[in-house]
Design a protein. Structure first.
Length: 301
């Protein structure tokens, strides 16, 4: 596919989204995970690509990062001779499920992508910048038609970041992308501006985040990857705990990603440049009051 640079924002208004969904048809069934979202604090405003300049809670100088434990392997890594099989679905809501995949450094994975909708999709996987930019030569399987399964094998060489995307017309712009969370031996323990650590949060119709407590090192940059596995629309904001509790989004110290609709995966990047108390929350009407919130524990804070 020809190289092109694409914007990385979800549809800004309801009408374009409705028009796109009407063209693609309707999804069948609620999203489901190939495996449960990673537990604990070390798992995975843009949609789908992160900002090139991560948001920070600015304090100068920033504390020196300390090590945060890396998520342990919960699977046997694949090899070139025997790749690990990872199953995904692609649907007419323009979502991949799951939207976050765990991988070990150096392992080989065969992705099998089942198209459960009517629209034709593709699947590109590789370094995040290449996959999101539809860079020529990046590994991909195209023309995954209704009811068919596309298959592609990829080896995760290096420390990333890695991601996957669909570049069928308008699909990536709508947010059809996903992220790789590197785990196990050799995975980066502390995220940086160039390679944020992936922390995955799941949002449900029970009005809860899973997990609701995560850890970060002072000065660390984290890419929060947000999956809405329910049907209720959510939002996500992160920043100093008192400002998050008061819903004081300013786009710099407290940042937000809203309109997180059913089945979607989105991401937001944040740098924790203080040892203050940090938190995250959903302030859709009634959600925060029902307990949809969590905390970020800063190591040494």
């Amino acid at each position: 596919m020809a190289t092109r640079t694409l914007p990385c924002r979800r549809a800004a208004s309801l009408l374009p989204v409705l028009a796109l969904l009407a063209a693609c048809g309707s999804s069948t069934g609620a999203p489901s995970f190939t495996y449960a979202p990673p537990a604990g604090g070390v798992a995975a405003a843009s949609a789908p690509a992160p900002s090139t300049a991560p948001t920070t809670a600015a304090v100068t100088p920033a504390p020196s990062p300390t090590v945060v434990p890396v998520a342990a392997l919960t699977f046997t890594p694949g090899t070139k001779a025997a790749p690990r099989i990872v199953n995904l679905t692609a649907d007419d809501h323009l979502n991949f499920t799951p939207g976050v995949i765990q991988a070990a450094i150096g392992e080989t994975v065969t992705f099998r992508i089942k198209n459960v909708g009517k629209a034709t999709h593709e699947f590109m996987v590789g370094p995040l910048a290449d996959a999101f930019a539809d860079k020529e030569g990046t590994a991909e399987v195209a023309d995954i038609k209704k009811g068919t399964v596309g298959e592609i094998t990829f080896t995760f060489t290096g420390t990333g970041p890695f991601a996957f995307a669909c570049h069928a017309p308008s699909h990536f712009e709508h947010g059809m992308a996903g992220y790789i969370q590197l785990v196990g031996p050799g995975a980066p323990a502390v995220g940086t501006a160039a390679n944020p650590r992936v922390v995955h949060l799941d949002m449900t119709d029970a009005l809860a985040f899973t997990p609701n407590q995560v850890a970060a090192a002072p000065g660390e940059t984290v890419r929060f990857v947000l999956t809405n596995s329910g049907t209720v629309v959510h939002e996500f904001q992160v920043g100093p705990a008192d400002a998050v509790a008061a819903d004081k989004v300013d786009g710099t110290i407290v940042v937000e990603k809203d309109e997180l609709d059913a089945g979607s995966t989105n991401a937001i990047v944040y740098t924790f440049n203080t040892t203050a108390a940090f938190a995250f929350a959903c302030h859709e009407p009634g959600h925060y009051e029902a307990g949809m919130k969590g905390t970020v524990d800063i190591a040494g804070g």
